[in-house]
Design a protein around this ligand. Structure first.
Ligand code: IVH
Length: 687
């Protein structure tokens, strides 16, 4: 297989723009694929650095070609790049970060350096505020005469993104301050998602087959940077403020007073702060919260220690990135010792066999941990993990525990090395490992019950044919009871069959049958996506359906022809070709056709000749440079179509000022959204 890190140029097909689009599509699918492995399966095949490199390459291309950026791009989930979709805000003063210390020795040196830099140190009142370090993302808020007027993310510290609309949706953020605060006030703090909301959000995402957020911080970042404030509102973020810009103008001379002042104005302040005199008290605070922090409903990763006397701050100044009057004491990641009782192997949708350790239950970061992902065979060998070993486990990204290392000194000699099974634990098929892959796979895609359960769930999910009511539990039952042996079998079940399943009544059985009927009429692209072919998500499925127009033509396509399509790279082409070559898959397709599923592709719309031919647009909100009717007319003149409602066939949604539900719909369907500027650029190029 081709190295995913190497740009897939070199094909003679297409011009430079086509190659960019193709590479972006390929990167999107690769990143989405590896994100699924990481977030859902806990079975990464790439190192973090390699994964980050893919995300960075995609982000850079998106910045250059915003019109090709997809709203559901993984780059919007994390990271600090300024999005095209938000206005930019230059901070009045840079938003600094903090220096970190990791133990009391480093803390002592930092405080000694601070003391050494204060001219009349002996006369100073060596008091500090100790505040919890919230693991969220920093924002700055502007109030004019007590009214919230603007909020921005930190961005690169100098320029952030204007997320006013999204911040307005935070219930805990006052839109008007208590009491009188004339003039301009800037305060800074941390936006976060509580653990409880985070867990609920991930549960919802799991049900919908969407990738899970790794931790509350990523979820908060992804939520704050949603283009549609309705999504931010629905997910529910919180905020704690900890910093007043230019406090002296308000008569505030201590950080402890600043925190009280913020709270009095109705701005939320994380309540667990204390004023401590001297290092011993500071260390007492740090110890008190070392374990105590796990009882809080939000993630904290340390304590911020700030010199209380604000009058000394200016004299101490700052380095290029952090003030000298404050420091972050970072708690080490929570680790615990426990024993590996056994190692199971789980089978994923794509047949990946993932070893998972069953542990003697141990408390870690506030929860009981019983299982830890072991990634793959190489990882187990590298760490020399054996059944019976005492191991050090750590919660890496807050929710996924991992084995850090084996405590070899605890070995008794009775530990047994783990041998990766040669056969799939679910169906017994002989496992295979491709030469350049780290994982073993069960090759029995058509009838392995574990793959079938996952495949069925995916087939029916919103990413596939969207068959409401057919979720994980039902998929499991159908396979376990032997009623379903391949995907097509679900179309043979009668109302009575459905009604006989656990927790199903006649009404839900009837609804399911209606859902199955509706699924037969879905576009070819949805069926293609539902088949769960590796690397074929919604977008590639649309490309394939659009290019071939019929399942039968696609089925016979050569790898070469596939790779010649704009947006389909060599990796995707080889995966698609291999899928359709497999006799069991061809048999499945025959059975799906017999049951009436739609094999015919979408119309390739438009007048056929213009530069926007085949592209359909939906406009939402107000454009500033022209009326909507004019924009639609110009699209049509270039061969494109303009429709009123967003559907999975919509090529692109143009978001003007104040767009609402259509944006949400576009996001849900994974339709790309561009702003007016990108639209105008596209028109200019097309014209
Ligand atoms: S003070 C110049 N206080 O930690 C003032 N920061 O690692 C700098 N953070 O960028 C910030 N809780 O996003 C401060 N109580 C707290 C904090 C806090 C969390 C974040 C903040 C900062 C990062 C530095």
């Amino acid at each position: 297989m081709t190295d995913p890190n190497v740009p897939s140029g070199g094909k003679d097909a297409g011009n430079a723009a086509g190659r960019v689009a193709e590479r972006m599509e390929e990167l999107f699918e690769l990143v989405a694929h590896h994100a699924r492995l990481y977030y859902e399966k806990d079975a990464p095949e790439l190192s973090d650095a390699d994964y980050d490199a893919l995300v960075r390459e995609l982000a850079a291309l998106e910045k250059e070609h915003p019109e090709l950026a997809r709203p559901d791009s993984p780059t919007r989930r994390v990271g600090g790049a300024v999005l095209e979709g938000f206005g930019k805000v230059e901070h009045r003063r840079p938003m600094l970060s903090l220096d970190n210390v990791f133990d009391s020795g480093e803390l002592a040196s930092f405080l000694a350096r601070m003391r050494g830099a204060v001219p009349d140190a002996d006369a100073a009142d060596w008091a500090f505020t100790c505040e919890m370090k919230i693991d969220g993302l920093a924002v700055s808020l502007l109030y004019e005469d007590g009214v919230f007027v603007r909020g921005a993310t930190r961005g690169d510290g100098r320029v952030g993104e204007d997320v006013t609309g999204n911040l307005r949706t935070l219930r805990s953020l006052p839109l008007r301050l208590r009491g009188s605060v004339p003039g301009t006030l800037e305060v800074r703090g941390e936006v976060l998602m509580t653990r409880s909301r985070f867990e609920a959000l991930n549960r919802r995402r799991e049900e919908r087959g969407e990738p899970l957020f790794a931790n509350p911080r990523n979820a908060a970042a992804g939520t704050l940077r949603q283009l549609d404030p309705a999504v931010t509102a629905e997910r529910g973020l919180d905020i704690f403020l900890y910093y007043v810009l230019e406090p002296q103008a308000l008569g505030i001379v201590r950080q402890s007073d600043a925190l009280s002042w913020l709270a009095e104005r109705g701005l939320p302040v994380q309540p667990a702060w204390e004023r401590c005199s001297g290092q011993a008290e500071v260390e007492g605070f740090i110890e008190k919260w070392r374990e105590g922090r796990f009882g809080l409903d939000y993630v904290t990763d340390g304590v911020v220690v700030k010199l209380d006397d604000i009058g000394l701050w200016d004299g101490l100044g700052a380095t290029s990135h952090a003030p000298r009057w404050a420091v972050a004491y970072k708690y080490p990641p929570e680790e615990a010792l426990t024993r590996i009782l056994s190692i199971d192997v789980s089978v994923g949708r794509t047949g990946a066999l993932t070893p998972v350790a069953n542990l003697e239950p141990v408390r870690l970061a506030g929860t009981a941990v019983q299982r830890a992902g072991l990634h793959n065979e190489d990882e187990i060998r590298r760490k020399d993990i054996r059944v019976g070993d005492t191991v050090r486990v750590r919660k890496a990204a807050e929710i996924i525990p991992e084995v850090v290392r084996v405590e070899t000194s605890c070995r008794t000699g009775s530990e047994t090395p783990f041998v990766m099974p040669k056969h799939c634990p679910a169906c017994g098929a002989e496992a295979v490992r491709l030469p350049d892959e780290a994982v073993w796979r069960c090759p029995n895609r058509s009838s392995c019950p574990a793959q079938l359960k996952e495949g069925l769930r995916y087939f029916a999910s919103r990413a596939g044919l969207d068959i409401r009511g057919l979720g994980e539990r039902l998929a499991e039952q159908l396979v376990d009871t032997g009623r379903v042996r391949d995907l097509a079998d679900i179309y043979d079940l009668t109302e009575a069959d459905w009604a006989a399943m656990d927790r199903m009544g006649e009404k839900s059985a009837r609804n399911l049958l209606a859902g199955l009927e509706a699924s037969k009429k879905r576009p070819l692209s949805s069926l293609l996506a539902a088949l769960g072919i590796r690397y074929v998500g919604t977008r590639v499925a649309e490309l394939l359906a659009g290019h071939f127009g019929h399942m039968d033509r696609l089925k016979e396509a050569s790898e070469e022809e596939l790779a010649g399509i704009d947006g389909v790279g060599p990796i995707i082409a080889s995966s698609v070709e291999a899928f359709f070559r497999e006799p069991a898959n061809r048999e499945l397709l025959c059975r799906l056709r017999e049951r009436g599923l739609n094999f015919v592709g979408e119309e390739r719309g438009g007048a056929g000749s213009g530069a926007l031919s085949g592209k359909s647009f939906v406009f939402t909100g107000e454009l500033s440079s022209m009326k909507r009717s004019e924009a639609e007319a110009r699209v049509r003149a270039l061969g494109g179509t303009a429709t009123a409602a967003v559907s999975s066939r919509t090529g692109c949604v143009v978001a003007g000022e104040g767009g609402g539900s259509k944006l949400r719909k576009a996001r849900e369907l994974g339709v790309s959204v561009i702003d007016e500027e990108a639209f105008l650029r596209m028109l200019r190029e097309a014209e």
